[in-house]
Design a protein around this ligand. Structure first.
Ligand code: ZN
Length: 341
């Protein structure tokens, strides 16, 4: 029977239940912060921890406060995950795929053990800005071997990943990211698990990514294209991706209030994008999640947290005319089908 590995052992397909396929319990995205400003006032902001008091300022400059794109607080994670559980949530995939991205296998296992919520860890290589000089120069074979070693032998004393992740922005100096894609695609062909790809979020050029993956034998029916919210208006383009067998993920639900180009779409707009894809018959290839990666997004710092999907999005989908069957497909069956192999 097909299953997926979680940080506390394998899960059968019917054990996944309500799943958030793209979140971060622990993450480090400080590679996207600007360099420390010279101006003293700006520098003070840059170094300030995020609090409920400075929240209204951080909302307008999410990357200018270096503490914001960094989650390492176990207490906050436990509370967040428990809140998700009380609303019927059962599984969360943590897509922080490497040490450089702030992945913390020990803490992930602690959260799973203490809350009883299934946590699926990822393995792979993230976008170019997150890579050190040494990391950028690694060969395709080395990256693939490292990933396979994590899947076969575990990390941090026997904690196993269950999903692959690759970052491909593909704008500048593409070579290291092409190596990532090819290595991760090859690993997918051997392991058979799901592969989540972070593409360039504004450019409708993921067919290029799929060509590279196909070329190394990757099974496109296991591929999840993340962050498709940003291209949600390009209905025909998203449909053309679905025609190749991949899953498209609208994973920034709950962040429309952040004053930054990245997060300006509302949940209602994203529900509209989903509806268009359902009308085109792509309901079996849709996924939704919240991609919680900033302190601002979490309850402790005034955000909505991991409960957003069960608490607000699912009721809003019902109000928008989605049937219970389609909601169940998108939030339960689709993640279980793509994750379990
Ligand atoms: Zn993410």
């Amino acid at each position: 029977m097909s299953s997926v590995m979680s940080v506390t052992g394998p899960l059968a397909k019917d054990e996944l239940g309500l799943t958030l396929p793209h979140e971060h319990l622990f993450v480090d995205l400080r590679c996207y912060c600007p360099v420390e400003p010279r101006d003293e006032n700006q520098r003070n902001n840059y170094r300030q921890p995020v609090t409920l008091q400075n929240r209204s300022k951080v909302v307008n400059q999410p990357w200018e406060y270096r503490d914001n794109p960094f989650l390492d607080d176990l207490e906050s994670s436990l509370n967040e995950v428990l809140a998700f559980k009380t609303l019927g949530g059962t599984t969360i995939a943590d897509l922080s795929c490497s040490l450089a991205m702030g992945r913390d296998p020990q803490k992930l296992r602690l959260v799973a053990e203490r809350t009883g919520v299934n946590i699926i860890m990822s393995s792979g290589r993230y976008t170019l800005p997150s890579l050190t000089e040494t990391e950028r120069n690694l060969s395709e074979a080395f990256i693939e071997a490292r990933i396979l070693d994590e899947f076969y032998n575990g990390v941090d004393g026997g904690i196993y990943p269950g999903i692959l992740k690759a970052g491909f922005v593909g704008e500048t100096d593409k070579e290291p990211e092409i190596r990532t894609l090819r290595a991760v695609g090859r690993a997918q062909a051997k392991i058979g698990c799901a592969l989540a790809v972070h593409p360039h979020i504004w450019q409708p050029d993921s067919h290029r990514i799929l060509d590279i993956l196909e070329d190394v034998g990757c099974d496109l029916r296991r591929v999840i294209l993340c962050h498709q919210d940003f291209l949600g208006l390009q209905t025909a383009y998203l449909d053309s991706l679905c025609k190749r067998g991949v899953y498209i993920e609208f994973d920034t639900f709950g962040s429309g209030w952040i004053n930054d180009r990245m997060w300006q779409l509302t949940d209602e707009q994203k529900i509209g994008f989903l509806k268009q894809q359902v009308d085109l018959g792509n309901q079996e290839q849709l996924l939704i999640s919240g991609d919680m990666c900033l302190k601002l997004m979490l309850k402790k710092w005034g955000g909505v947290g991991y409960v957003n999907i069960p608490k607000f999005v699912i009721p809003a989908m019902k109000a928008a005319g989605f049937s219970s069957e389609v909601i169940h497909l998108i939030t339960v069956e689709n993640p279980a089908r793509v994750f379990c192999h």
